[in-house]
Design a protein around this ligand. Structure first.
Ligand SMILES: Nc1ncnc2c1ncn2[C@@H]1O[C@H](COP(=O)(O)OP(=O)(O)OP(=O)(O)O)[C@@H](O)[C@H]1O
Ligand SMILES: O=P(O)(O)OC[C@H]1O[C@](O)(CO)[C@@H](O)[C@@H]1O
Ligand SMILES: [Mg+2]
Length: 328
C-alpha cells in the first residue's frame, strides 16, 4: 500500500522583510528532499483561517532567492488573536491533513504560534524569526534586518551629500518599532552626529550641546538618526526641539518609512534565511516541535516557542562609550 505523503504547510506573517522568499525557497527544497509535500498558505494567519493554500513545487521557488517581499503574501490578522479564529485555523489544518506547520514571523507572529501550539498539541510547529526590527529574543539576527539596515545606510549617505552642499541639519527617522537596532546601526555606519534610540534615555541638554558644538566647530552638516520608537516622539518633535535651541532654520526631516522593508535581500540575509529555512525542516524531520530556529554565535539552534518574545537592544558600557565617542 502506498504511504500517505507527509505534508508541511508554510506561511509568512507580520510585516514583510527582505529574505522571506529565500527562506521559502529553502523550506520547499529541504522538505521535498526529505519527501514531504509542501503547501504554501497565502496571506499569513488570515489565509490559514480561511484555508487559502497552494501546492509548492521546486518550479514555484526557482529564481525567487533574490526577490524582496513574499510570494505567499502576508498579513496582520486580528482574527488569529482570538481563540475562535485560531480554532478555525486548526480546523483548516485538520481538514487538509496537515500536521506540520512552519511560521516565518516576527515576535508577534511567534507569540501567536506559541499560543496556538499550546491549544492544539497535535500540530508540530516550527517558527523562523524574520523582521527588519531585529527584536526577537533567542536569535542574534532575524531575517530582513541586515537588508533594512543597508537600505537606511545608503539613504543616509545620500542625505549627507545634500546636507553638506546646503549646510543643513537632517533629522532622519528610521523604523524598528520599539527597538533601536536599525537606528543604532545606521548611526554608527554613517558617522551620524546623534543617535536617539528607545534603549538609551539620552539627556537632551547633552545632545543639543553636542550638536551645537559640532555645528560651530566642526561641521557644515549634521545628521541625527531617530528611532521611530524613541520616547522623544519621532523626527518632527526632535526637529522642533533643535530649531528652538539652535535657532537654525535649515533643518530638514526625512522619514525613511517602508522603503526599509523592500528590495533585494543582502547576501547575509539570503544566507541566514537559507540556513534557518533548511534547519527548520531538518529539525522538524527529526521530530522537533514547538520550537523556533535561531542563529546564535554562528550556530543554528532551537529554543522552545514558549520562551520566544520581544527583545530590546541592551547596550553595555563599551557600546555606550562607542556611541559617545563617535557622535562627539
Ligand atoms: N498575542 C497574540 N496572540 C495571537 N496572535 C498574535 C499575537 N500577537 C500577534 N499575533 C498574530 O501575529 C500577527 C503579526 O504580529 P505583529 O503585527 O506583531 O508582527 P510581527 O510578527 O511581530 O512582525 P513584524 O514586527 O516584522 O511586523 C498579528 O497580526 C496576529 O495575527
Ligand atoms: O507596515 P505597517 O503595518 O505600517 O507596520 C509598520 C511597522 O512594521 C515594521 O516595519 C516591522 O515590524 C516596524 O518597523 C514598523 O513600526
Ligand atoms: Mg514585531
Amino acid at each position: 500500500m502506498e504511504q500517505r505523503k507527509r505534508k508541511i504547510a508554510v506561511l509568512t506573517s507580520g510585516g514583510d522583510a527582505p529574505g522571506l522568499n529565500a527562506c521559502i525557497n529553502a523550506v520547499v527544497r529541504t522538505a521535498i528532499y526529505y519527501n514531504y509535500s509542501v503547501l504554501g498558505v497565502r496571506d499569513g494567519y488570515e489565509g490559514l483561517i480561511t484555508g487559502r493554500v497552494m501546492k509548492l513545487d521546486l518550479t514555484d521557488v526557482n529564481d525567487i532567492i533574490h526577490l524582496g517581499g513574499t510570494i505567499l503574501k502576508t498579513s496582520r490578522s486580528e482574527q488569529f488573536k482570538i481563540k475562535e479564529g485560531r480554532f478555525l485555523a486548526y480546523e483548516q489544518l485538520k481538514q487538509k491533513d496537515i500536521d506540520h506547520l512552519i511560521v516565518i514571523g516576527g515576535d508577534g507572529s511567534l507569540k501567536g504560534t506559541s499560543i496556538f501550539s499550546k491549544e492544539y498539541n497535535d500540530i508540530s510547529i516550527i517558527g523562523i524569526p524574520k523582521t527588519i526590527d531585529n527584536d526577537i529574543s533567542g536569535t542574534d539576527y532575524s531575517i530582513g534586518y541586515d537588508t533594512a539596515l543597508n537600505t537606511a545606510v545608503s539613504a543616509v549617505d545620500k542625505l549627507r551629500d545634500t546636507a553638506e552642499s546646503h549646510n543643513r541639519i537632517f533629522i532622519v527617522e528610521v523604523m524598528g518599532r520599539d527597538a533601536g537596532y536599525i537606528a543604532y546601526g545606521t548611526g554608527l555606519a554613517t558617522g551620524a552626529e546623534g543617535i536617539l534610540i528607545p534603549e538609551t534615555h539620552m539627556d537632551h541638554v547633552y545632545l543639543l550641546d553636542n550638536l551645537r558644538r559640532n555645528w560651530h566647530e566642526k561641521r557644515s552638516s549634521l545628521i541625527l538618526i531617530v528611532a521611530e520608537g524613541d520616547e522623544t516622539g519621532g523626527a518632527r518633535r526632535v526637529a522642533e526641539e533643535i530649531t528652538n535651541y539652535l535657532g537654525n532654520k535649515e533643518i530638514r526631516i526625512s522619514i525613511l518609512g517602508h522603503i526599509q522593508r523592500g528590495g533585494s535581500p543582502t547576501a547575509f540575509d539570503r544566507i541566514l534565511a537559507t540556513q534557518l529555512g533548511n534547519m527548520a525542516v531538518t529539525f522538524l524531520n527529526k521530530g522537533a516541535k514547538n520550537v523556533m530556529v535561531g542563529f546564535q554565535r554562528q550556530e543554528i539552534i532551537t529554543i522552545p516557542l514558549k520562551d520566544v518574545g520581544r527583545r530590546s537592544m541592551s547596550l553595555n558600557e563599551k557600546a555606550l562609550k562607542l556611541l559617545e565617542i563617535m557622535t562627539s
